[in-house]
Design a protein around this ligand. Structure first.
Ligand SMILES: NC(=O)c1ccc[n+]([C@@H]2O[C@H](COP(=O)([O-])OP(=O)(O)OC[C@H]3O[C@@H](n4cnc5c(N)ncnc54)[C@H](O)[C@@H]3O)[C@@H](O)[C@H]2O)c1
Length: 338
C-alpha cells in the first residue's frame, strides 16, 4: 500500500520511519509546509516527497497519516474523509470542540476510518494497569494519580500552536484515565502556574498544571504536568484500590531518587523524552493502523474517544480560568461513544 504522511516534524519523522520499514507498506509520499524538511526525510528514508499536500490526494494513496501542527488536523481529516481515505491523526483531534465535531462528522458521513494517536494505549505499562483494573485484582479503586513531566520544554515556536498544557500534554493522561479505569470523568477542578520559563507566559500558556477529577464511580484522580523537570521525563500512573495497587512508569529509568536509606538506587540513565520512552508504543500504534486499513483489526481509538479526552481538557481550561469546579456536562460536544 502507499501512504501519505503530512507533516514531517518530530513525530512525523518517527511515524514515517516505522511505516517505511513495514512490509505491507510499499511506499510513502511525504509532505510538509516546509518542503525542504519533507525532502530531507524522504532522502533519508528512500521515499518520495511531494511539493504540497494536494499532491498526496492527486497522486493517489491508500491511507493518510496526519502529523502536522494541531491547528491543521481537522481540515486535513475532512479532506481525507471526503477522498474516502482511512486516516491516522496525531492527538489532539483539533484545537477546539467545533473543529473536532466537524472532523468526526466528515469521517462518519464518509464512512471512513479515523484512528487517533493516543500511543499510551499501546504501552506495556498502561496495558498492564488496565488489565489489573479490569480483572478486579485491585478491588474498588479509590485513588488514581497520573502525571507527565517533560525534562525539557518544547521549542518556543511550538507553544502558541500547541493548544496549551491541558490539550497538548495532559490530554494523554485524561485518555489513560478513561481507558485504564473504564470510567468517565464527571467533574474537574484545575489550576496552573506560569512561574517557570518566560516563554510560557509570553505564549499565554502555563508550564505546570494540576487537576482533581471525579470519575462516575466516585474514584478520585489527580493529574499533574510540568514542562521543565530537570531530573528527566517522568510519566507515571498510580492506581490504588481496596485490595491492591499498581504503578505505571516505575522502572530502572524513572527519574526520581528515594531519600530512604534502603530505597531503590537512582536511575543511571533516566528517560529523556517521549520519543524515547514511548518508542515501542509509537511503532505499535502505526502497525495497528496498517492492520486497521487492511481490515485485520478494529480501530483502537476513534474520533469520539479523542473528543472525550479533549472535552476533559476543555473543562480544565474553564476551571483554571474561572477558579471553580466544572462539570463535564457543562462542556459542549458530548457524543455517544462505544
Ligand atoms: N502522541 C504524542 O506523544 C505526540 C508527541 C508530540 C507531538 N504530538 C502531536 O503531533 C503533532 C505534531 O507535533 P510535532 O511535535 O511533531 O511538531 P513539529 O512542529 O515538530 O512538526 C509539525 C510539522 O508539521 C508541519 N506543518 C504544520 N502545518 C502543516 C500543514 N498545514 N501542512 C503540512 N505540514 C504542516 C510543520 O512544518 C512541521 O514540520 C501535534 O499535533 C502534536 O500534538 C503527539
Amino acid at each position: 500500500m502507499r501512504i501519505g504522511v503530512i507533516g514531517t516534524g518530530r513525530i512525523g519523522t518517527i511515524h514515517a520511519r516505522t511505516l517505511s520499514r513495514h512490509r505491507e507498506v510499499g511506499s510513502l509520499i511525504l509532505t510538509d509546509v516546509d518542503p525542504v524538511r519533507a525532502q530531507e526525510l524522504a532522502n533519508r528514508l528512500g521515499e518520495t516527497a511531494a511539493p504540497s499536500t494536494e499532491e498526496i490526494f492527486k497522486w493517489g494513496v491508500d491511507a493518510v497519516v496526519i502529523t502536522t501542527a494541531t491547528s491543521a488536523h481537522a481540515e486535513l481529516i475532512g479532506r481525507a474523509a471526503r477522498s474516502g481515505l482511512p486516516v491516522f491523526c496525531e492527538k489532539p483531534i483539533a484545537l477546539d470542540l467545533p473543529g473536532s465535531l466537524q472532523a468526526i462528522a466528515e469521517v462518519e458521513t464518509a464512512g471512513t476510518i479515523l484512528q487517533m494517536g493516543f500511543q499510551r494505549r499501546f504501552d506495556a505499562g498502561y496495558t498492564g494497569a488496565r488489565e489489573a483494573v479490569r480483572s478486579g485484582r485491585l478491588g474498588r479503586l479509590h485513588t488514581v494519580r497520573a502525571m507527565t513531566s517533560d525534562q525539557t520544554p518544547p521549542p518556543a515556536a511550538y507553544l502558541p500552536i500547541s493548544g496549551g498544557l491541558y490539550r497538548d500534554t495532559l490530554i494523554h493522561d485524561f485518555d489513560m484515565l478513561r481507558w485504564v479505569t473504564g470510567h468517565e470523568v464527571v467533574d474537574v477542578y484545575a489550576t496552573g502556574s506560569d512561574a517557570g520559563p518566560a516563554m510560557f507566559r509570553e505564549a499565554g500558556d502555563i508550564d505546570t498544571a494540576a487537576a482533581v477529577l471525579t470519575l462516575d464511580d466516585g474514584t478520585l484522580a489527580t493529574t499533574t504536568a510540568a514542562r521543565l523537570n530537570g531530573a528527566g521525563y517522568d510519566v507515571r500512573m498510580e492506581l490504588a484500590g481496596e485490595l491492591d495497587q499498581v504503578v505505571v512508569g516505575l522502572d530502572d529509568r524513572t527519574p526520581i531518587a528515594s531519600t530512604e536509606p534502603s530505597g531503590p538506587p537512582a536511575a543511571t540513565k533516566p528517560w529523556t523524552g517521549f520519543l524515547e520512552r514511548f518508542a515501542p508504543a509509537y511503532e505499535a500504534e502505526l502497525i495497528a493502523f496498517v492492520e486497521v486499513v487492511v481490515g485485520q483489526r478494529t480501530n483502537p481509538c476513534d474520533g469520539r474517544e479523542a473528543l472525550q479526552a479533549l472535552r476533559i481538557a476543555e473543562a480544565c481550561e474553564v476551571s483554571r480560568r474561572e477558579h471553580r469546579p466544572v462539570r463535564l456536562a457543562e462542556i459542549a460536544g458530548a457524543l455517544p461513544y462505544s
